[in-house]
Design a protein around this ligand. Structure first.
Ligand SMILES: [Zn+2]
Length: 321
């Protein structure tokens, strides 16, 4: 099974004034050369940037401009790949990648701030090719509240615009992503979503007690709706307070999620180029270390294939236009 990675921040790396390399080849964790070599089918590219420092009154309009600039960077970089990487806007685009042995790229918006309180802007991002929206990052926005150690914030649900936005995303064919969201927001999404929703880059809270991770009830709720949970390689989500991203910790999370939600909920969301620390899997080139380790732990090949791409492919078939 060819790999589908539901989250990376490489476009952010390639947007800096001092960035090195291109999407085709760079010194960061993800590039086309390695995606091709490791037989990836699809890489999701986030258009994330921090908005916390932008003053409140202009935050949404500034973020709208910045998100558009990130998409410009993605388009320029993709054009330089000369057809070897395909911007996936529909499921048939993805099928074409599978048929023609090309790598797909799916554009995601991490944090709904650029959408503001406007379905018009949401449709604008759809027209620019965004097919997955992570509803919040670690701040409150017009959609809802973030994960937090503070109970009041953590229990807060979606805002009225959040419900409207989620409904419109499902109508358009944009994947709804609850990674980073508050627990209250998670349960609102689980209640109102008619299609599968995902946690693109989150782990298990029963293994590592971090608010970015999902409780067992949440893992089961994602599974019940037919969604997936992408394994995140961030050291502190894998092991409390850790600065090392270890394969042994990844196994504990995968096996827990597998036991709790079943084989159909497993997926990969590395968070490459968005995480810091010492990484045992430093980039796409090392992904086989994880599949080898899972095989050694007697994960059945069928479950491994589903985690590697089969499950994400199923969700994309059910949600993309
Ligand atoms: Zn993230």
């Amino acid at each position: 099974m060819r790999l589908i990675d539901l989250h990376c921040d490489t476009i952010g790396k390639l947007s800096g004034p001092l960035h090195r390399g291109t999407l085709a080849e760079n010194p960061y964790s993800v590039d086309l050369a390695r995606l091709q070599k490791e037989d990836s089918l699809l890489q999701c590219f986030s258009t994330f940037f921090h908005t916390g420092y932008i003053p409140g009154p202009v935050r949404e309009s500034a973020a709208f401009c910045m998100a558009n600039r990130r998409i410009d960077v993605f388009e320029r970089q993709l054009a330089a790949c000369r057809g070897r990487m395909v911007h996936v806007r529909s499921f048939s685009d993805l099928e074409r990648c599978a048929r023609e042995d090309r790598v797909g790229a799916l554009l995601t918006l991490e944090d709904g701030v650029p959408i503001g309180k406007s379905l018009e802007r949401l449709r604008h991002f759809y027209d620019r090719g965004i097919r997955l929206v992570t509803l919040t990052w670690n701040y409150e926005n017009a959609i809802g509240f973030p994960n937090s150690g503070r109970t009041r914030i953590m229990n807060s649900g979606l805002k009225p615009f959040g419900f409207e936005a989620v409904e419109e995303m499902e109508r358009l064919g944009i994947l709804v992503d609850v990674s980073h969201l508050s627990d209250g927001g998670f349960w609102d999404v689980a209640r109102v979503c008619k299609k599968p929703f995902i946690a693109s880059h989150s782990n298990a809270r029963a293994v590592t007690n971090h608010p970015r991770n999902l409780t067992d009830e949440m893992i089961r709720a994602v599974a019940e709706k037919g969604g997936v949970i992408g394994l995140n390689f961030c050291p502190k989500f894998l092991e409390e307070g850790s600065s090392v991203s270890r394969i042994s910790d990844m196994l504990r999370h995968v096996l827990h999620i597998y036991r709790t939600g079943g084989e159909d909920v497993l997926a990969v969301g590395t968070d490459f180029d968005g995480i810091r620390g010492k990484l045992q899997i430093a980039g796409t080139q090392d992904m086989r270390l994880l599949s080898d380790a899972l095989r050694k732990h007697r994960m059945p090949q069928r479950a491994l294939d589903k985690m590697w791409g089969g499950n994400a492919l199923r969700v994309l078939r059910e949600t993309l236009p």
